[in-house]
Design a binder for this molecule. Sequence first.
Ligand code: ZN
Length: 206
Amino acid sequence: MKKAASPKLLAVSYNKIAYVCPSIGFAYFPVSTPIFTTFFLLTTRRLLPACHSLLPIYLCPMTDEHFMQLALKEAQRAFDEGEVPVGAIITINEKIIARGYNQVEKLNDCTAHAEIIALTSAFNFLGNKYLPDATVYITVEPCLMCTGALYWSKVARIVWGAADEKNGHKHITDPHFPFHPKTIIENGLLKDQCGQLMKDFFKEKR
Ligand SMILES: [Zn+2]
């Protein structure tokens, strides 16, 4: 399983200590390094009443698969609303900053694709017209319009699931690569699940 690109967060796997108190319940506080965590737990546990405890919490870095699963949830929302089931998630440093699903029918707008909705949401959230640190997860290969929007957004990385031979950009642009030269492109992640949702949708429509 491939880990999401975030060198800063991948370098460590510690995160917090939970302080469990019978009257207040849980309290969390961040820790700096695994060595400090061990030292802190060994020295502090003895000072606490027996009914209190400290637990180290090790958080694993989020994976691409995790975010694609969330993009699939967005696609399922589109499916449930009778829209072509495409979903998108945008992250920076493994934190979700925007999400979107296809809303062409609902908004009566043929440009309301999942990627466009997620990108607009990300620009608004950051107050920035470019997303040079962002990874965009899309369940299906982006169309030519969304590829253009992703180009102008200057995103760091794009990961998509299933290929879209009918409406994807590749049948128009192949063999040329229409993305920003600095953008890393990966595809095929959870492609069976992403593609199956599309197949189920169009099977129901027929
Ligand atoms: Zn599109």
